[in-house]
Design a protein around this ligand. Structure first.
Ligand SMILES: [Zn+2]
Length: 394
């Protein structure tokens, strides 16, 4: 979703007044200008990358995205931006020739390791919270809004609570709590980067370059286990997939998992035009294409089946895979016949234990994993300044 900066000046009269004397509070003039500069667009190259790394909803869409990559990153970026989920940053405002490079560029990060989440903060709600409920003077409330650092949990909640509401794709969305118009809405974006060898260096470099003034970016770290991180990823994937169409979600799930597992391969290209995905009888590792058929080495294929099983089991007609709908017993039997259990040293005959051990191998189990969050507060600062400017003269 591209951020639109069109907030009509004439709106001032009808909007709610944060009252007089607020102007002295924030010294915001420079901030806004600088921040707008910083916001100007990414280069075309990074746009194209961003679109490529974004998570299409289905195989069909992914094809389209891959094709349009080169010419219109913006378009597919906009599509993926409407939803949260595995994605690269959306392209920002249209590029102007001298515009500096967008600082939040995840184009060089391995696919599947960065997800983006967007939520909208209603400034009208939070302003009345600060003034009416907490009894702050308007100018203090304004300063507090600029300092406000919401938690990652608040920002990424599946059902955001007031003053947050889900980022809507509508043209003229209204705050669901107070009905405030779009000019009161500040989008907040959270980028979640999985720590590890694949991302650490790139993340450190990126964070080092972020401007620190006014807390435009909040950086936060959480410790988890590999299993937790994997299931969080899987849950997001599940939210993105449309389980009605097997021909769409199954290859998409396979591709996203493989992206995550082997980020150096261009899996979008590997899957391009593939009508069938099968277990290879001759490969020991990797993949090969034979016309419209994509063959995966058994170890990859079996893990893909497991991912499909896990991601679909909580949905209607769950437990579906390239091998059809599987009960846990059937899954375990297939894994045994495919040599997958032996390969992982799993000897148990109990299907629940087998699943548990398969999941340990698939996810990395209790191995420590770090999650890094970068919160983009630039729109919060800008919107707060605009609201303030509009009402300072009232
Ligand atoms: Zn509101």
């Amino acid at each position: 979703m591209t951020v639109t900066k069109s907030r009509p000046k004439t709106a001032a009269k009808t909007a709610k007044p944060p009252a007089k004397g607020v102007r002295a509070a924030g010294k915001p003039a420079k901030v806004g200008a600088a921040s707008k500069k910083a916001k100007a667009s990414q280069s075309k190259a990074s746009k194209a990358k961003a679109a490529g790394a974004s998570q299409p909803k289905s195989a069909a869409k992914s094809k389209a995205a891959a094709k349009s990559d080169a010419k219109s990153g913006a378009k597919s970026g906009a599509k993926s931006g409407a939803k949260s989920g595995p994605a690269a940053p959306e392209p920002r405002a249209a590029s102007k020739s001298q515009a500096p490079k967008e600082v939040l560029d995840f184009g060089g990060f391995p696919a599947g390791h960065v997800t983006r989440h967007e939520v909208t903060l209603c400034l009208s709600c939070i302003f009345s919270l600060f003034t009416k409920q907490l009894g702050l003077a308007p100018r203090t409330a304004y300063a507090e809004i600029r300092r406000y650092e919401p938690t990652v949990a608040e920002l990424t909640a599946r059902e955001p609570a007031r003053p947050f509401f889900p980022a809507a794709g509508e043209r003229n969305p209204r705050c669901p709590y107070c009905d405030a118009a779009k000019r009161w809405h500040a989008p907040l974006r959270v980028y979640r980067v999985e720590g590890g060898r694949a991302t650490d260096a790139a993340r450190r470099t990126l964070v080092r370059k972020l401007p620190t003034k006014d807390g435009r970016f909040q950086v936060h770290e959480e410790k988890h286990t590999s299993r937790q991180v994997f299931f969080e990823w899987l849950e997001r994937l599940g939210q993105e997939l449309d389980f009605e169409t097997d021909a769409a979600w199954m290859p998409a799930a396979a591709r996203e998992y493989l992206r995550r597992r082997e980020p150096k391969t261009d899996w979008a290209e590997v899957f391009e035009g593939a009508r069938q995905v099968r277990r290879s009888q001759r490969l020991e590792e990797g993949w090969e294409r034979d016309g419209a058929r994509l063959f995966l080495a058994p170890a990859l294929y079996n893990d893909v089946l497991l991912v499909q099983y896990l991601v679909s089991r909580s949905h209607r007609h769950g437990g579906r895979t390239f091998e059809g709908r599987l009960t846990l017993r059937e899954l375990a039997r297939r894994m045994r016949h495919g040599g997958h259990l032996e390969a992982h040293g799993i000897e148990s005959r109990d299907e629940f234990e087998i699943l548990e051990q398969l999941v340990e191998h698939l996810t990395g189990g209790d191995a420590p994993a770090r999650l890094h969050f970068i919160v983009d507060r630039r729109d919060l600062l800008d919107t707060a300044k605009e609201v303030y400017d509009r009402h300072a003269g009232d």
